[in-house]
Design a protein around this ligand. Sequence first.
Ligand code: F3S
Length: 289
Amino acid sequence: MLYVTKGGQLLNIVRAEKAGFCFGVERAIELAEKTSASGNTVSLGPLIHNQQVVDYLKEKGIKVADSLEEVKKGQQLVIRSHGVPPFIYNEARDKGINIVDATCPFVQKAQKLAAKSSKDNFVIVVGDGDHPEIKGILGWAGKNSRAVETLEEAKQLPHYSSLAVLAQTTQAKNNFLKIVEELKSHTDNLVVHNTICNATSERQDSARKVAKEVSVMLVVGGRNSSNTRKLGTICSEETKTYLIETADELQQNWFDDVENVGLTAGASTPDWIIEEVFIKCQKLLKMKI
Ligand code: F3S
């Protein structure tokens, strides 16, 4: 926390206790960097949803392939923390591609639960069906599965003899619990696997805590990062919130008539970007005095 004095008043920058890189993202970047030392490394899709980090990895020689067709025999293929459906492993092995699996262990756990649950249940994964993590988990569950993102969608579901429900690891807890409640009236047998990652709920809880205390909240992270956007939604329920990718986007007029500013960041935002935002924010607040 920083105090800047304005005529005896305090201007605070309150940082969320838990913010920035999570264990799974850190692990994926480390694995990719280590692999790149032997050259010829490709990630399937951008390694994380943060353009600045993707640019940094590119400098280290880690290329991005949009599909397996672009990856050649003998190349090292890094599977990112979101994971992939099983057919990707099979096709990559058939092509003679070396797999470096950086799937986050928490995502792997959700994949295994999905595969196991689908033997006796229809599987619902609460989350964004277009997100790669959900596509991967649904791939492990097979055709007896689907994604449901909102309570309204859940209300439209038919009746199932037996249902298993899981969550995208970055789901907002409230949304997951509301959908679980709704699903109880769509089946006689509901198995609930709360696969929300601790890192996500910790970041969401500490972002909300800070947002309740401040007049403006800054959420730092990639605009295409699902967990960053969710942090933004949570914070905007409590206070005026700006989602930014870098310090360059900060604007002086956001801090007019503001006594304190909160700062948090998505799980794919590196410390150096958070620090840059913090320092620029300090400067802008000082300019107000
Ligand atoms: Fe893994 Fe949780 Fe991060 S699932 S990738 S540690 S948000």
